[in-house]
Design a protein around this ligand. Structure first.
Ligand SMILES: C[S@@+](CC[C@H](N)C(=O)[O-])C[C@H]1O[C@@H](n2cnc3c(N)ncnc32)[C@H](O)[C@@H]1O
Length: 873
């Protein structure tokens, strides 16, 4: 309470704060003066007013508004006050003679009709201190008031409700005819302030300076202190003892005859005295000087704590005082001063009778208690585990936890809920599981026993009977973890559109990932299908995504269905079709038939028939393959064929095959292969920076086909993913992939292409445009019909008809939307500050804005949002 209340947003945004803002007052306190003036009407008749402690100037504004024109208004404050029309201000401390001189200089011989004082000391630490300073400030302002007030004048001052309040009122009553204390409605109830309106200044010829001297005015209250010291008020002393921070200052020096600061009393006074609390409140030390006192000192009940407490009473807390009082009672009992001993004996006897209890009953009670404790412990653990699980799920939902962390947490839980990642016990268990512990410990049975014991202890009630059980438990947890992860992915997918986009991108990236150039035989090979991450995987991914894309962009891909397959080729070229495997077989056949080498791979054709390869028949001239017996064999197309063969079966044997029915089917399905191929290239071309870069490298002879083939055998190509958890695979997909070369030029070229694509109107825009056009047409037709109707009427003159038709046609031709009216924004500052109604020179719709209010509204919204978020979590 003692602290100066911080004006938080909540407190500030009250009715008067808003009103002050609206009306342009600098402080909400302006309304206090308005309300006081409404009640006592002192401003309207005043011709000179002094406002002491006037910053920022709210009261001055009010005075300037309510006082007659040409009246004098002077404001003083420690801090400078921004200028106010008709008001003179200066910065000074009202408690100093300098302020008095300044006022005198300003007013000359003028007397003030009103002196206002709304001062509050700028300390704001301890309430008592504040209240006293404020009372002193009031007295100082009164001192100035009596000097400058005209007879019959009014002094308005703020006073805090405190012990000094009555003294002040008494002084006011000596100097003024009418003194009234009031609390205007705008003064917050929580505030201890009261306003005292002193009217009808008596203007005595001479005033006893004691009336205006704080040492005399507040003497009566200060004089209470010695009384306390003398132990006259037990309650106050008690307050002194238990609330030392609230002690009043000795404004009038020390108690009579007591001129020392340090006061030592004898233990006898404390023990045998009637008011031990008063003793504790006044003394600094309890001394053991007499024979008897020394005996007490030597007694067991006088513990070292008690002795230390007696040394310095001023540093003791409540607990210490209590123990001193207990000690006093004990000594008094010893001395027979209190007759509690007897009572205690009686009590002890009673206890002895009660102690005759049945032993069996005790044991069963003990057992019950232990059972109850165990049950409670189990329950607690279960609850804790559940809480942990819930929290983990929440954290996953908030993306605060990586699935890896959850795994660890869950596993830890399974192993006792306390082990951490680097717990050696955990390692030991792991080793034990794999039989490694035996190897480590050898035949040292002791060590094993010890660790087992530890394990049992760690598991704390969740004793795992066997290795199998433990494994089962871990497996179960892993399965649960996988389930959780899948659910998490699912939720993400449902909620997060961004995630969907990322997933799509990832799928596409995977489809296009460079996984080496491999033979199609890999897919034919049964065991090969097990090996993911190579060509097969790429094909599968392509199929999956192609499926999706087909459904989205049917019109685009319909013509390209099942046209080609191969290494690194444009999106959509490969379609999932039942005849896929047969086509593969056919492809191999084709490639192996020398005559058909040109059409051996649709994908290769697509790839190399792009502009970038035009005129490049000798891409791999450096590379002399054994089957390169023709000019074409050295071409890129041939390179592709070679690539297939190179990764074929181990024996690297090319088996020529006869053209079969399947081949016919292929041709029958794709009559205009070339056209489709060209369309595909036009549509997709090289569309990842990696492919463009590789193409560039081939063109620039920076790489060769052999090089590419060799690069295909890398650490990423033969990864077995069997049995790996899905979250791990997801992570791998993100980070464990080859880093393919990308050139700056390739990226620029692709960006340009993308920009060109983006510039095309999308379907929705086209639809919206068509809708707009259709509506415009409808409007026009309607207008025409109405115009015809108007034309047909007979009860209108030709001129009227023309006017009406023109109006209708104008409406029909319009966009159908009403033009939005502009709202003029007027900032409530400068000339616009505090005005009511329409600001000058503003026509049409307008809105008054206030930067401060906007900030506060924003802050309010921000806080509400934060609160809501907190509630959610
Ligand atoms: C509550 S504000 C006054 C508000 C003012 N009535 C208004 O409406 O704008 C209290 C003011 O008292 C001033 N004050 C405190 N001690 C002072 C002193 N010794 N001399 C002059 N001004 C003082 C502070 O600087 C502070 O501006």
């Amino acid at each position: 309470m003692g602290k100066v209340q911080k004006k938080t947003g909540k407190g500030r945004l009250d009715k008067y704060y808003k009103l002050a803002k609206e009306q342009g007052y600098r402080a909400r306190s302006a309304f206090k003066l308005i309300q006081l003036n409404k009640k006592y009407a002192f401003l309207e008749t005043a011709r000179c007013t002094i406002d002491l402690c006037a910053a920022p100037g709210g009261w001055l504004q009010v005075a300037s508004k309510y006082m007659p024109a040409n009246s004098i208004i002077v404001g003083v404050d420690l801090v400078p006050i921004k200028p106010i029309p008709r008001v003179v201000t200066f910065a000074a401390d009202i408690t100093t003679p300098q302020c008095r001189n300044l006022l005198r200089g300003e007013l000359k011989d003028w007397k003030a009709d009103v002196v206002l004082h709304d001062g509050a000391p700028n300390v704001g630490t301890a309430w008592i201190q504040d209240a006293y300073s404020q009372a002193e400030l009031v007295l100082m302002s009164l001192k100035l008031a009596v000097e400058f007030l005209a007879k019959g004048g009014t002094f308005v001052t703020k006073v805090f409700r405190s012990v000094d309040y009555n003294s002040l009122i008494w002084v006011f009553n000596q100097l003024f005819g009418k003194v009234e204390a009031t609390k205007p409605p705008s003064s917050r109830n929580v505030s201890a302030e009261i306003f005292v309106v002193c009217r009808d200044f008596l203007a005595p010829k001479s005033i006893d300076p004691k009336f205006l001297d704080p040492r005399h005015v507040f003497k009566e209250v200060a004089a209470a202190d010695p009384a306390i010291d003398k132990g006259s008020s037990a309650n106050n002393v008690q307050a002194n003892v238990f609330q030392p921070e609230k002690k009043r200052r000795h404004r009038d020096g020390y108690a009579d005859g007591d001129y020392t600061l340090h006061k030592t009393i004898n233990a006898t006074d404390f023990v045998k005295g009637k008011d031990p609390i008063a003793v504790l409140g006044t003394a600094n030390k309890i001394a053991f000087l007499t024979e008897e006192e020394r005996e007490w000192f030597a007694m067991d009940i006088t513990t070292s704590d008690i002795k230390a407490n007696c040394e310095d009473l001023k540093v003791l807390g409540k607990g210490d005082f209590k123990s001193l009082l207990k000690w006093r009672s004990a000594i008094r009992e010893e001395l027979g001063l209190d007759n509690r001993t007897k009572e205690t004996e009686e009590l002890t006897e009673t206890v002895e009778i009660v102690e005759d209890v049945d032993e069996e009953h005790q044991i069963s009670e003990e057992l019950e208690r232990l059972n109850a404790e165990a049950a409670a412990r189990m329950k607690r653990e279960r609850r804790r585990a559940n809480e942990l699980k819930t929290r983990t799920i929440q954290r996953m939902q908030l993306q605060m936890t990586a699935p890896l962390d959850i795994g660890l947490e869950q596993q830890d839980l399974a192993l006792g809920g306390q082990d951490d990642m680097f717990d050696l016990g955990g390692t030991e268990r792991g080793l034990r599981k794999t039989g490694g512990i035996e190897r480590l410990i050898g035949d040292d049975g002791d060590a094993v026993e010890e660790s087992e014991e530890e394990e049992v202890e760690e598991n704390d009630g969740e004793v795992l009977d066997s290795e199998e059980e433990r494994e089962r438990k871990v497996d179960g947890l892993e399965a649960e973890l996988d389930g959780l992860y899948d659910a998490y992915q699912e939720r993400l997918r449902e909620r997060d559109t961004k995630f969907k986009v990322k997933e799509a991108r990832r799928a596409r990236a995977e489809r296009e990932d460079w996984s080496g150039i491999q033979s199609e035989h890999g897919s034919d090979d049964e065991s090969g299908s097990e090996e993911e991450g190579g060509w097969d995987k790429m094909q599968e991914a392509k199929e999956d995504v192609s499926d999706d894309e087909t459904s989205n962009d049917e019109d685009i891909h319909s013509s390209g269905e099942s046209t080609s397959q191969g290494v690194k080729r444009p999106r959509g070229a490969d379609r999932a079709s039942p005849s896929r495997s047969s086509k593969r077989v056919k492809l191999v056949t084709k490639q192996e038939e020398p005559k058909l080498s040109m059409s051996s791979s649709k994908a290769a054709q697509l790839w190399f028939s792009q502009d970038v390869f035009s005129g490049l028949d000798d891409v791999d001239a450096d590379d002399h393959e054994p089957d390169a017996d023709s000019k074409d064999a050295a071409s890129a197309k041939d390179w592709e064929s070679a690539a297939r063969v190179s990764e074929d079966d181990d024996d690297f044997e090319v088996v020529p095959q006869e053209p079969d029915a399947a081949m016919d089917m292929w041709e029958a399905e794709n009559e205009n292969v070339d056209e489709i191929k060209q369309a595909e290239i036009r549509q997709f071309g090289l569309y990842t920076p990696e492919t463009v870069t590789l193409a560039q490298q081939l063109v620039n002879r920076q790489t060769t086909k052999t090089q590419l083939i060799n690069d295909g055998f890398n650490r990423y190509s033969l990864n077995s993913k069997e049995g790996l958890p899905s979250w791990f695979l997801d992570d791998e997909a993100k980070f464990y992939k080859p880093n393919l070369p990308v050139t700056k030029e390739a990226v620029i070229a692709l960006r340009q292409k993308q920009r060109a694509l983006d510039a095309r109107p999308i379907k929705k825009i086209a639809e919206a445009k068509a809708r707009k056009k259709f509506k415009a047409q409808q409007r026009l037709e309607k207008a025409l019909k109405k115009a015809e109707g108007v034309n047909a009427t007979t009860d209108m003159s030709e001129r009227e008809k023309a006017q009406q038709i023109e109006k209708l046609m104008r409406k029909g031709m319009s966009s159908g939307q009403k033009a939005k009216k502009d709202i003029k924004v007027v900032v409530a500052k400068g000339a616009h500050k505090g005005i009511k109604g329409r600001p000058k020179g503003v026509k049409g719709r307008y809105a008054m804005v206030d930067a401060r209010m906007r900030k506060e509204l924003r802050a309010k919204k921000r806080k509400e949002k934060a609160k809501k978020n907190r509630r959610k979590t």
